[in-house]
Design a protein around this ligand. Structure first.
Ligand code: NAI
Length: 421
């Protein structure tokens, strides 16, 4: 009988026959969820025979939930993700109307899923706008609970905005708002705890996977006490908690000052040889340029919410776009994790068989890795690469590839399954 994932002494325990809750999703969610599950089941069977399997348990959210229960995100769904710890979801329509929060944001906040993890790797055969896509291998850790996600904003003209403006003027003596009468205001909270838990998770990820570096991406030259503090807290944390596993840029600078550049370079080279994770930082705008021109200089990226939003889409575009870029929202302390397609519901192609299931399939592969079922994930990566390199693709990639064969969502999934076997 299938059982739940549990958390014992801070470690996930995944039974061989495991129950995984899933949200089908709206729009193309219906088109890609079934095929994704078939691919995952085939990969597990190929790796473990009958020993391991997933029992998929549907939970409701979005339009399907609304039509059946009158609620967009029933409490039972949130409870299920809490009870079963690991889950997966298709895209959800953001309901339009006052007082209705984004369903994705509601889930992330309720479960305090503070890491948005987006691995960015290229699969052979996938069209890319960069010259050396094979050298793109980045892992974005985007902070998921603070910064703009806190949603503290006051619309111009409202009593709140007027009160807030007064607060700035009267309590802080600030009179540098250029057009005070027509200004809206936004507040950007960035905490030490919130930054540290995100950066700690990114360093642990790099150590566990033997990745060469963590880049702290920030706009601290302008926003000194939020983004600048994020960078400083990151360096301090690395030196305090991982002194034997990391070598930081401030340590390099200090050595350079005390013993000269040659000694500092030697220390850096030794740290790299010993497999230490190099902790460095880059200003966001420079990072966006560098990641295009020298993607091989960056491996794990730890960044705040808004930066992470921009970076995720640019990097996804470098390796084939949102149709094949996976994502996960994780709380590494409680173990809660929801793996999800990073694109939306694509209403323009829903029900036409044109959707690329790649994003959800790769998110499911991330889920298998998180569960410790890496061989099954590897089967999925290999089979997808094989399918892409044979130029058998769905319509989004077909439009960009010469000599490709156009497959429907279902046909693409069947081709991947054939390649798994
Ligand atoms: P979208 O991602 O749904 O679509 C943007 C474009 O990409 C469209 O041309 C679409 O056809 C294409 N596309 C997206 N996924 C594709 C796939 N798997 N295969 C082939 N083509 C694909 O973004 P849009 O139109 O801004 O949002 C539509 C709805 O989705 C909105 O209600 C939005 O709030 C919601 N949304 C939900 C997200 C989630 O649940 N995580 C994320 C983003 C948007």
């Amino acid at each position: 009988m299938a059982k739940k994932v549990t958390l014992e002494k801070g470690r996930l325990k995944v039974p061989d026959k495991v129950i995984i809750p899933f949200i089908e999703g709206d729009g193309i969610g219906k088109d890609i969820t079934g095929p994704t599950q078939k691919i995952v089941d085939a990969a597990i069977q190929q790796s473990y025979g009958k020993k391991r399997s997933i029992e998929w348990m549907e939970v409701l959210a979005g339009e399907k939930a609304f039509s059946q229960t009158g609620e967009w995100m029933p409490q039972a769904t949130i409870d299920a993700f809490q009870e079963y710890i690991i889950g997966i979801k298709g895209p959800l329509t953001t309901p339009v109307g006052d007082g209705i929060r984004s369903l994705n944001v509601a889930l992330r906040q309720t479960l305090d899923l503070y890491v948005c993890l987006r691995p960015i790797r290229w699969f052979k055969g996938v069209p890319s706008p960069v010259r050396y896509p094979s050298r793109v291998d980045m892992h974005i850790f985007r902070e998921n609970t603070e910064d703009i996600y806190a949603g503290i904003e006051f619309m111009t003209g409202t009593p709140e905005a007027i009160k807030f403006r007064k607060l700035l003027e009267e309590n802080f003596g600030l009179d540098n708002v250029r057009f005070p009468d027509s200004s809206s205001f936004g507040v950007k909270p960035v905490s030490k705890e919130g930054s540290e838990r995100l950066i700690r998770a990114s360093i642990l990820y790099a150590i566990e996977r033997r990745l060469p570096s963590v880049t702290l991406v920030h706009k601290g030259n302008i926003m000194k006490f939020t983004e600048g503090a994020f960078k400083n807290w990151g360096y301090q944390l690395a030196e305090r908690e991982f002194p034997n596993h990391t070598f930081t840029w401030p340590q390099f600078e200090a050595l350079k000052k005390s013993q000269g550049e040659t000694a500092a370079r030697e220390a850096l080279a030794n740290a790299e040889k010993e497999g230490k994770v190099i902790i460095k930082d880059v200003i966001t705008d420079a990072f966006l340029q560098e990641s295009l021109l020298r993607p091989f200089d960056h491996s794990v990226i730890a960044t705040l919410n808004l930066n992470g939003d921009y970076i995720s889409d640019q990097l996804a575009a470098m390796v084939g776009g949102i149709g094949i870029s996976p994502g996960a929202n994780i709380n590494y302390q409680s173990g809660y994790a929801i793996f999800e397609a990073t694109h939306g519901t694509a209403p323009n192609i829903a029900g036409t068989g044109k959707a690329n299931p790649g994003s959800l399939v790769l998110s499911a592969a991330m889920m298998l890795e998180y569960m410790g079922w890496e061989p099954a994930a590897e089967h999925i990566y290999d089979a997808l690469e094989h399918t892409f390199s044979k130029r058998k693709v769905t319509s989004d990639l077909y439009a960009l590839m010469e000599g490709a064969t156009l497959l429907s969502t279902e046909e693409f999934a069947n081709e991947v399954i054939r390649n798994i076997h």
